[in-house]
Design a binder for this molecule. Sequence first.
Ligand code: TA6
Length: 325
Amino acid sequence: MATVEKEEKQMEKEDFVYVEQTKGVNGLDKVILREVRDFSAEVYLYGGHVTSWKNEHGEELLFVSNKAIFKPPKAIRGGIPICFPQFGPHGTLEQHGFARNRVWSIDNDAPPFSTNSTDKAFIDLILKPSDEDMKLWPHKYEFRLRITLAPGGDLKLTSRIRNMNTDGKPFTFTFAYHTYFAVTDISEVRVEGLETHDYLDNLRNRERFTEQGDAITFESEVDKVYLSTPTKIAILDHERKRTFVLRKDGLPDAVVWNPWDKKAKAMADFGDEEYKHMLCVEAACIEKPITLKPGEEWRGRQELSAVPSSYCSGQLDPETVLQSG
Ligand code: TA6
C-alpha cells in the first residue's frame, strides 16, 4: 500500500494510539510511542531507558545487545542509558551514576513544557531520590525526562533537573545521554563534526589531545570525550547509506566509544562480535560539571534524526542535512 494511502488509512483511525503502556522483557513496565507513519520508540520505566527507535520501515536505529540483562540492578546494555549524577567512575557511586538503575515513574503533572504542538507521541517520566539514594548522594532533586517521537520520526529527549534541597546546599553533577547507534559495519562508519576538537582519551589516562583527522573512522577501540563540541554531529553509516544527525543543547561535550574486540569479550552483557554493529556517540556535560543552587533547574536536550545519506563521505555538512531535514 502506497505511503500516502497508508497514512490516510491510519489517519482515518480516530483512535490512533500514540502512547501505550505495556510490559516488556521480564515483565518490566514499558511505554511504546507510535506515530502515524509507522515510526515507533520504546522506553522502559527501569532506567527511564529508551531501548528502541524505529523508522517508517520498522528498521531498528538503536543498538541493544542480544545479551542485555533486563533485570535490576544491572543497566540495560544499549539504547540510551541516562548517566546521572555523574558520567564515568566516581568514588562512592557506581559508574555513570544511578539514574539508569532506578525505576522511574510516569509524571502525570509535569509542568508546562514549551513543546512543538504537533508532538503527540511523548511520555513524561520523573525520578526523585529514595532514602537509599540519599545515603549515596545526599541531595534532593527532581529529574524530569520527556521522550518524544516527533511526527517525522525524530527522537527527542529533554532532561530537566532541579535542585530541591531544603538545606540551602547546591549540588554539582555531570551528565550524558549514552546513546548506542545501530550501524551496519563499524569499519564503514565516519563521524563528522568533531574534527579539530580537543578530547580526553580514556585509553591514554584521560590525557588531552586534538583530533587531527577530517572525520573520525574506526579501526580499533575508541573511548574519547570531545570537549566544547558543535551542537550538531553526524554519524555516517556508509553501508546503509544512512546518516544519523545528533543535535544537542546544554550538552557541550560528546563521548565517542566503541569497545572493539577485546573489551567486547570482557563484557558479559555484550556479544563478542557486537562491536561491529554499534557506535556510542553521547551528548554530555563532563568537562565543566553543572552546579545548581536550591530551586535552580538545568535543561539538557538531544534530538536524533536518521536521514538517507547520498553524500559521499567528507562532503556531508550536518548544517545542510539539517536544513533539508
Ligand atoms: O561512554 C564510554 C564509557 O565510559 C566507556 O569507558 C565504557 O565504560 C562505557 O562507557 C560503558 O560503560 P558501562 O558502565 O555502561 O559498562
